[in-house]
Write a protein of this length. Structure first.
Length: 321
């Protein structure tokens, strides 16, 4: 009797840019998507739920490595994909579009396409951890020697393990993205001034960041795109207009709050609150021109017709007559 468990698609070998749906993608950091990694220092926060961020050394260079936990496709459907007015055609698509790793791949892929990597802390590519690296990182975080076998080989995967693997993730390696290491130095006034223009440029490239609070900035640059939606994205297109508006308003309000925080609590001189940002957050959002959904995403596609065919014929569930 065939198993009723749904398994997510295995990653291609040799590695290719991800995710595997039309649109922007991030290439592997090395041809094999593997590397010798020296884990130096934990950089994240205790309450981080999507990932771990570590200062690492790879090939003699210092980087920040963002390592992602697994998320069930049902969780992504019921949370990040909850506002869709039309269900996606299959479980894999919820992972391709809403999984935090894939969200980051799509956002950074768009920045690379547009040659605007200056708008965020730079990402260099993705890596796939080896079983030995999984064990080492788990040991470093928990200070407990894990079972000699990584949880990937457990007899039953229920999510109650370090990497939150479920049966649907069996056979999948832990994924990570290599980024520039940015020290947490004092912000300059120039860096603060650039945050609002940078966010507008990100929106104009079809990227809704999803989380622009101050903790997602380093050196005045965004570093976290794990909740981002990058055109073409069903989470921007197939939702109610009122929901789109709420998402945009929340995006701008978080940045405005950060400006006020820096004005009142930081030691950086010369901070001014952007008046147009404040106006957009105070009842004038209809005047904002850089809505991500307006981005002409087909300009980046090698085969625009195939991309549109995918969106129109393969992305969503067909209605039953």
């Amino acid at each position: 009797m065939a198993s009723s468990v749904f398994y997510l698609a295995h990653l291609p070998s040799p590695p290719i840019p991800l995710p595997r749906v039309p649109g922007p993608k991030l290439a592997p950091f090395t041809p094999s998507a593997q590397a010798d990694i020296e884990f130096l220092e934990f950089l994240g926060h205790e309450n981080d739920v999507d990932s771990l961020v570590w200062k690492v050394k790879i090939n003699g260079g210092l980087f920040a490595l963002k390592v992602f936990f697994f998320r069930r496709w049902e969780f992504l459907r019921d949370n990040q994909g909850a506002d869709l007015t039309t269900p996606l055609a299959n479980p894999q698509l919820y992972v391709d579009y809403f999984d935090p790793f894939n969200c980051e791949c799509r956002a950074y892929g768009r920045l690379k396409e547009a040659k605007r990597e200056d708008l965020a802390v730079k990402a260099h590519g993705y890596l796939l951890l080896t079983p030995q690296q999984e064990i080492e990182l788990e040991r470093r975080v928990t200070a407990i020697d894990p079972d000699p076998l990584p949880d990937a080989n457990a007899s039953e995967l229920t999510g109650h393990n370090f990497w939150t693997r479920h049966e649907q993730h069996r056979g999948l390696p832990v994924r990570a993205i290599v980024k520039d290491f940015v020290p947490g130095d004092r912000l300059t006034s120039a860096q603060v001034r650039a945050m609002w223009p940078d966010l507008q440029e990100l929106h104009s490239l079809g990227i809704l960041v999803g989380d622009t609070h101050g903790g997602n900035y380093l050196g005045g640059k965004l570093v976290d795109f794990s909740r981002s939606l990058t055109m073409y994205h069903p989470g921007l297109h197939y939702i109610f207009e009122s929901t789109q508006r709420e998402m945009m308003l929340e995006e701008l309000q978080h940045l405005l709050d950060y400006y006020y925080y820096l004005l009142n609590w930081s030691s950086t001189d010369g901070i001014d609150i952007p008046q147009d940002l404040e106006a957009f957050c105070s009842g004038h959002l209809d005047e904002y021109q850089n809505l991500p959904i307006k981005h002409k995403f087909l300009q980046w596609e090698e085969d625009p017709d195939a991309a549109m065919k995918f969106v129109e014929q393969e992305l969503f569930k067909k209605e039953v007559d």
